[in-house]
Write a protein that binds this ligand. Structure first.
Ligand code: ADP
Ligand code: MG
Length: 329
């Protein structure tokens, strides 16, 4: 990179489109999504269930459901390299070494018949070719880094011998064991109870500070966004409707959908997994409407909103919203 004057973002996603062929028709799960991520930065992706967050995350790893899922268009560049041009073998290398993912349900990403130590060792062995002693030490270091007490004693445990919170820590250890530059965490704490959730988020933050890993944190919880993220992208019906740094988004939300989400934010006492409620349903992604996709649920909508998809309005540097009223007095 020496000599280059403009450093590129770590991750650049341009006009990404994901299609899922289902028995009931073609689902346009992600329909023209663009965003970028700087090294070490945390971007939150928020939105109601079904708006395309998980498919966006899976597309970045080229791990869409098969058969049926495909990247139908757009570009994904990691460290300037075009991920859509990589072979399957090259992608396998990139996954785990350069980017890693933490999923909502730790049980689904752990092997029930393999000790946790062996599972943490696997990616290290695959990507770093360490010596036997070096591998053992690296495994214990990772278990220690995710604050698993007495790692040497626990390394031989199987997932069912651990609590949900401890299992999610193991998933974190596996994801970070090769020091990826990018970590994608898809609702990583939804399955955990509130106290364990707070501990896990604090842990992720510590690990990020120590390793400098950039993070995409997918959540439906703005409380988590406030605690964890630098910037946020609000997704609705397969598209990003508003992006801003976290402070700006909370102080001056411009899109009625963002405002509705913020108004639906439960108080700390009431917080539970799925309290976000806005009247009406998101549109059917087999046949999304041509105008603003939120218009049918928007209290401010006019006929103009139904005519065509609203262009991007830049409200301040880095603050962009797709609403014809954004920026209007
Ligand atoms: N395996 C699948 N097969 C068919 N459609 C799916 C599948 N997974 C998700 N979808 C559809 O794709 C769209 C986006 O889903 P998803 O990315 O999982 O949303 P989110 O993570 O925001 O809740 C939704 O309309 C959902 O119904
Ligand atoms: Mg999801």
């Amino acid at each position: 990179m020496a000599g280059s004057e403009v450093t590129r973002p770590l991750l650049e996603v341009e006009n990404l489109r994901v299609e899922l062929a289902t028995r009931s028709g073609l689902v346009h799960a992600v329909d023209g999504v663009s965003f970028h991520l700087e090294a070490g930065e945390t971007l939150g992706i928020v939105g109601e269930s079904g708006c395309g967050k998980t498919m966006t995350a899976l597309a970045l790893q080229r791990m869409l459901p098969r058969p049926g899922g495909r990247i139908a268009g757009g570009a994904i560049r990691l460290g300037g390299e075009d991920l859509l041009a990589k072979s399957e073998a090259e992608m396998r290398d990139i996954r785990g070494r350069d980017m890693a993912m933490i999923l909502q349900d730790p049980m689904s990403s752990l092997n029930p018949v393999m000790s946790i130590g062996a599972q943490v060792a696997e990616p290290i062995r695959a990507h770093q070719r360490p010596t036997r002693d070096g591998l053992h030490a690296a495994v214990l270091r990772m278990l220690d880094a995710v604050r698993i007490p007495s790692p040497a004693a626990r390394a031989g445990d199987y997932p069912h011998q651990m609590s949900g919170g401890m299992r999610q820590r193991v998933v974190g250890a596996i994801a970070l064991s090769c020091r990826p530059r990018l970590l994608i965490a898809d609702e990583p704490t939804t399955a955990l109870d509130v106290t364990i959730q707070a501990q896990y988020l604090a842990l992720l933050k510590d690990l990020q500070r120590d390793t400098g890993v950039a993070m995409i944190l997918i959540t439906h919880d703005f409380g988590i966004v406030a605690k964890m993220c630098d910037r946020v992208a609000v997704m609705y019906a397969g598209r990003i409707v508003e992006t801003a740094d976290v402070r700006t988004l909370f102080d001056r939300p411009a899109h009625p959908y963002t405002r509705a989400l913020l108004e639906a934010l439960p108080s700390m006492e009431q917080r539970s997994a799925r309290l976000m409620v806005i009247d009406g349903q998101p549109p059917d992604l087999r046949a999304p409407p041509s105008g603003c996709r939120f218009a049918p649920r928007c209290t401010l909508a006019t006929t103009a909103c139904l005519a065509e998809y609203p262009a991007a309005t830049t409200l301040s540097p880095g603050h962009v919203a797709h609403c014809i009223r954004a920026g209007a007095p």
